[in-house]
Design a protein around this ligand. Structure first.
Ligand code: NAD
Length: 455
């Protein structure tokens, strides 16, 4: 993922805000021009980029050098917050872009948090538990000075989960023995100061934004135009056929929510992971697939394994899922999946971004021109950071929330943002992504201005 994606989007958004002379209208002419230029500099520059080489004694006796990053993009709204991913493709540009998206996401959803992100360039599928433990612990040792409950609070992302967060918090506690430590990491296990529902939160939020688009929005809004016509044509179908790319933390929960949803006529016809796409035109048994993947990590990838999982499906290539003839495509694997080379083959009318940055800017422009509705990452996949925020609050209040309350608070917060963006979207010519950026950047610009930083 190139850093250009979020940077270009931010610059375009600031231009739109500049042209809207009702925004920050107290600033006049030259002063306003200068202020917007300054704001662009602030928002497109990360505050800090930290890189370390972790030296890890591997199980085979060799020492391996592993690149690790923490990028603190912006803390205008509160402490830096964002996940740590373990993936072989991690690099500086990617982590900067992901940290920038976190600043935008947290602002969009009105969280008192800034944006940060971390990454380790390693393939977690090739590591033993001991090796993963060492990497998690070394990561915290190397970045200990810049982390902390009121400074920078990491969480899980691709290739990491509650186990890694538990190990990281334990290391943090050893390094800072006299300090409060429960709020130093979120996404921990419930037995270790975690919060109920964090693991499911992102996938649930992704599915709910889609459900609100299909159902509640049309019930609540009086607007009738091409956009509502398209939404209505999908929502009224006898079978809304959906495909979900990625079957990890986010994708498997999104798939299960789609499968279990009683309010819409959804049929999950395809799911995929790093190895295969599974397809069944009559619908897949997602419950059985979730049960299988929770034991074996990956989806069943051949006839024998499908039998073992008691699932009927055709086994296809992992990329086949992207261009299938379905109504809705959930992207919940990784970035840059829809690009110039495959954008013209996309058949879905609605795409929901569970992953961060799964569509390149060229493809985003093309799909917008072809009236595909895209619920963007910063709007759809914020469930994780919102529940992480509740976990962080819980650690400060020393009080534990029950799961019903967690979901109630999550849906309330996400639906509020969704409606705010949707009202604008139905009435202007911008895409949902452009509207989400406008809402988010406006909040940040206002804050910078109130802090007296724009001259
Ligand atoms: P995960 O590691 O749990 O799952 C990733 C899934 O993608 C797995 O099923 C894997 O097999 C699949 N995959 C990997 N490489 C692939 C490839 N080349 N083609 C197709 N599939 C592939 O990760 P996750 O936590 O579910 O995160 C998925 C995405 O969602 C990432 O972009 C992440 O940044 C984003 N996200 C995650 C969270 C969270 O709370 N975990 C929150 C917000 C956004």
């Amino acid at each position: 993922m190139s850093r250009g994606n979020s940077e270009t989007m931010i610059k375009d958004t600031i231009k739109k805000l500049y042209e809207d002379d009702t925004f920050l209208s107290e600033l006049k002419e030259e002063e306003r021009k200068r202020s917007f230029r300054s704001f662009s500099e602030i928002l497109t520059t990360p505050n800090k980029i930290l890189k370390a080489y972790l030296r890890i004694p591997m199980d085979n006796g060799e020492i391996k050098r592993v690149e690790a990053y923490r990028v603190q993009h912006n803390n205008l709204l509160g402490p830096y917050k964002g996940g740590i991913r373990f993936n072989p493709n991690v690099n500086e540009e990617e982590v900067i872009n992901l940290a920038t998206l976190m600043t935008l996401k947290n602002s969009l959803h009105n969280l008192p948090l800034g944006g940060g992100k971390g990454g380790v360039a390693i393939d977690p599928y090739q590591l033993s538990n001991r090796e993963k433990h060492l990497i998690s612990s070394k990561y915290v040792k190397y970045f200990a000075d810049i982390l902390g409950p009121d400074i920078d609070i990491p969480a899980p992302d691709m290739g990491t989960g509650e186990k890694e967060m538990d190990w990281m918090m334990a290391t943090y506690k050893t390094i800072h023995p006299k300090e409060e430590y429960a709020g130093s990491f979120t996404g921990k296990s419930v037995d270790n100061n975690g919060i109920k529902g964090r693991r499911e939160a992102t996938g649930k939020g992704v599915f709910f934004t889609f459900k609100w688009l299909m159902k509640d929005l049309l019930e609540k809004s009086n607007v009738k135009n091409e956009k509502t016509k398209l939404i209505e044509s999908v929502s009224k179908k006898e079978n809304i056929e959906v495909a979900i790319q990625g079957f990890g933390n986010v994708g498997s929960v999104t798939a299960l929510e789609s499968y279990l949803c009683k309010d819409l006529n959804i049929k999950v016809v395809a799911v995929s992971d790093r190895n295969v796409t599974l397809y069944n035109k009559d619908g897949l048994d997602v419950e059985k697939l979730v049960k299988y993947a929770s034991k074996h990590i990956d989806l069943p990838s051949n006839e024998e394994l499908l039998k073992k999982a008691e699932v009927e499906a055709e086994v296809l290539d992992r990329t086949d899922i992207l261009t299938m003839n379905v109504d809705v495509l959930f992207l919940a694997a990784l970035e840059n999946q829809i690009r110039e080379d495959n954008m013209k083959d996309i058949q879905a009318n609605i795409i929901v971004e569970g992953a961060n940055g799964p569509i390149t800017k060229e493809a985003d422009k093309y799909l917008k021109e072809n009236n595909v509705i895209i619920i963007p990452d910063i709007l759809a996949n914020a469930g994780g950071v919102i529940v992480s925020f509740f976990e962080w609050k819980q650690s400060k209040e020393v009080e534990f929330y029950d799961i019903e309350l967690v979901y109630e608070m999550l849906y309330k917060q996400m639906e509020r943002t969704f409606e705010e963006v949707m009202v604008a979207y139905l009435e202007n010519d911008y895409s949902l992504r452009e509207n989400a950026y406008i809402t988010s950047v406006k909040r940040l610009a206002n804050r910078v201005y109130r802090h007296g930083k724009l001259f």
